[in-house]
Design a protein around this ligand. Structure first.
Ligand code: SAM
Length: 296
């Protein structure tokens, strides 16, 4: 079988399940992964014969895609904030809106470091960071990579996710202090932090019906869902810890459920935070929030 025939068979098999642009992207990612070919090479090497080994790999990927498995799990890797990350079914696949949250923190940190009108800025420079619910480690590792002198810790309840996060830290040549803990049972932390950040589980069970099968059937349930009755459980718990474990100028950043931004503002204000700032993602939805502890 040649590359053109392989592609034609691949496209036909998936045509009822995915839009055609997505099928093209899947094929190109797999061709890059299994053959080392760029999109351009795929387009000019149509007559090239494909070995049985590579054909078998495409055939397995095809079956997994027919089963709605995310392409990132099939490839075993993804990219986040310009960095490579291993992903497995034990870890949530990092999302683009989380990159926007990281960008916000990185830019805020640079602003504090670089503002010439703040002569005492250096003592305000955030250098200790805690990421709660780290998954692949994408937030923690990106902060460690992009913020000068950042000392980053990260918590997760899943030992399997922490193992992948630790491999990702090594792959990206950064040091992160990974902590295996249940944040809902944590009443004290071993130090104070300049920045606490979290993208915790926040999807209510009632939102499941609007979700795609690739997410529902394959991504870890404990990373995504909260009860309909108490959807802010993780945020409130983290805010309570932040009240006693943020340094005086410290900031708390969250990725949030687009439907719960008002409830978040009320809860954080009640918990004693001010300077509450919501931020929209590229699609114009409120998906990020930053706040600070009220001064005593
Ligand atoms: C929405 S995922 C975010 C993963 C990653 N930070 C990201 O942005 O892609 C939430 C993470 O919180 C972790 N988690 C869930 N319940 C937890 C708990 N009680 N304590 C600590 N971590 C928890 C999950 O294992 C998962 O990795």
């Amino acid at each position: 079988m040649n590359l053109k025939q392989l592609k034609s068979n691949f496209t036909k098999t998936l045509s009822e399940l995915y839009p055609s642009e997505e099928i093209q992207s899947f094929f190109n990612w797999l061709a890059e992964h299994y053959l080392g070919y760029s999109r351009f090479e795929v387009s000019i090497k149509g007559e090239e014969e494909i070995s049985e080994v590579v054909e078998a790999k495409f055939s397995e990927a095809l079956q997994r895609l027919q089963n709605h498995e995310p392409i990132q799990y099939i490839l075993g890797e993804t990219e986040f904030y310009g960095l490579p990350f291993k992903v497995t079914p034990d870890t949530l696949i990092p999302r683009p809106e989380t990159e926007e949250l990281v960008e916000w923190i990185v830019l805020d940190s640079q602003e504090i470091q670089e503002t010439p009108l703040k002569p005492h800025a250096s003592h305000l420079t955030p250098d200790t960071f805690l990421d709660v619910g780290t998954g692949t480690g994408c937030i923690a590792i990106s902060l460690a990579k992009h913020i000068k002198e950042a000392k980053v810790s990260a918590i997760d309840i899943s030992a399997a996710a922490l193992k992948i996060a630790s491999e990702n830290a090594t792959m990206n040549e950064v040091t992160v202090n990974f902590i295996h803990a249940d944040i809902l049972k944590t009443t004290t932390l071993s130090q104070h932090y300049d920045v606490m950040v979290s993208n915790p589980p926040y999807v209510r069970a009632l939102e499941k019906e609007h979700m795609q099968p690739n997410v529902l059937q394959h991504e870890p349930e404990a990373a995504l869902f909260v009860s309909n009755e108490d959807p802010l459980l993780f945020y409130r718990t983290i805010a309570t810890l932040a009240k006693t474990h943020l340094t005086p100028n410290g900031a708390l950043y969250f990725e949030i459920n687009e439907y719960l931004s008002e409830e978040m503002q009320i809860m954080l204000s009640d918990e004693g935070f001010d300077e509450i700032e919501l931020k929209k993602d590229v699609f114009g939805k409120y998906r990020m929030l930053k706040c600070r502890r009220k001064s005593p």
